[in-house]
Design a protein around this ligand. Structure first.
Ligand code: GLY
Length: 314
């Protein structure tokens, strides 16, 4: 099987001043994951490392750069899933962790559970020797500014909810295994303790070697109502291509519950799609040693992966 990776840096409104940073972030993430796959690494390792790249990039709403909850704190959700055996691990409402996706993987591999939340997740992280980072280290000037603006009496939080930036990755490795990973800071000014779609299996992501894998982004409560990632795989089981399955599922979310979002999808034969019902979504993929990426509808850049690695810090 030829390895393929697809990543997204979130669906929503991507303003001009963030475009270059988002393009650069998603392409670095895709190249990082593809490098792992090319060296015989697993889809699981590839999606985890691709998401780590974006968690560490302040352009995205995940890890450093996460939006703030109503108390001005970073609370993050993440999920990872292995299509080989349907194993998955997730964390929700975690604070002071640089890479929630790594903690999600530890939940998957070191516990009998699938989702740990808040203080239980923190205690587990300490037990696993995962270093705590001061909460302020994850806060950027931009997220602080948005939080403050939303507290103003005449603010319009909807305006900022459109500016999402969850990150995710799906991949297939040379052994034919698929995997997905998704990580987010959630919604701006969300309630303390809110659990979003990203941490919920089938909503934030799903991976099954019998079909393929999907990672989602967008309005979490809407995504949960239609169980978006699993819905996409359902359409693929019924014979739809990744692109058609993604379009049908996003259309269902829009018409049934009025929610917007975006998805990346890969099939177990290596076909892929990146689709959104929002204005923009940053995405990148590497297949057959060619990097492709874009943000706006119809935007499509292509570059040999080797050349792209040379011109970026990967
Ligand atoms: N999809 C990210 C969130 O709503 O938390």
């Amino acid at each position: 099987m030829k390895p393929v990776i697809v990543v997204h840096g979130g669906a929503g409104r991507i303003f001009k001043d963030r475009e270059d940073g988002c393009r650069s972030g998603v392409t670095r993430a895709a190249l990082k994951g593809y490098g792992i796959l090319k060296h015989g690494g697993s889809a699981l390792d590839a999606v985890e490392e691709a998401v780590v790249v974006m968690e560490e990039d302040p352009h995205f709403n995940a890890g450093r750069g996460s939006v703030l909850n109503e108390k001005g704190e970073v609370e993050m959700d993440a999920i990872i899933m292995d299509g080989k055996n349907l194993a998955s691990g997730a964390v929700s409402a975690v604070k002071c962790i640089a890479n929630p996706i790594k903690l999600a993987r530890l939940v998957m591999e070191k516990t009998d559970h699938m989702l740990l939340t808040d203080q239980g997740a923190s205690a587990f992280a300490r037990g696993m020797g995962v270093p705590e980072v001061p909460g302020e280290k994850l806060i950027t000037e931009r997220s602080l500014e948005r939080w403050k603006k939303n507290l103003e009496a005449d603010s319009n939080p909807q305006q900022f909810q459109k500016d999402l930036g969850t990150v995710g990755a799906v991949a297939i490795d040379s052994a034919g295994n698929v995997a997905c990973a998704t990580s987010t800071g959630g919604l701006t000014n969300k309630r303390v303790g809110r659990v979003g779609d990203t941490a919920c299996i089938g909503s934030g992501g799903y991976a099954d070697n019998n079909v393929g894998a999907a990672s989602t982004t967008g309005h979490g409560e809407s995504i949960m109502k239609v169980v978006l990632a699993r819905l996409i795989l359902y359409h693929m089981e019924k014979g739809k291509s990744p692109g058609d399955a993604a379009d049908s599922a996003l259309d269902c979310m829009k018409t049934r519950v009025g929610g917007l979002g975006g998805v990346i999808v890969i099939s177990n034969s290596g076909d892929w799609a990146a689709r959104c019902s929002t204005q923009e979504m940053s995405w990148a993929t590497v297949k057959d040693d060619q990097l492709h990426y874009g943000i706006h509808a119809g935007e499509w850049h292509t570059q040999p992966a080797e050349e792209a690695i040379g011109s970026r810090r990967c």
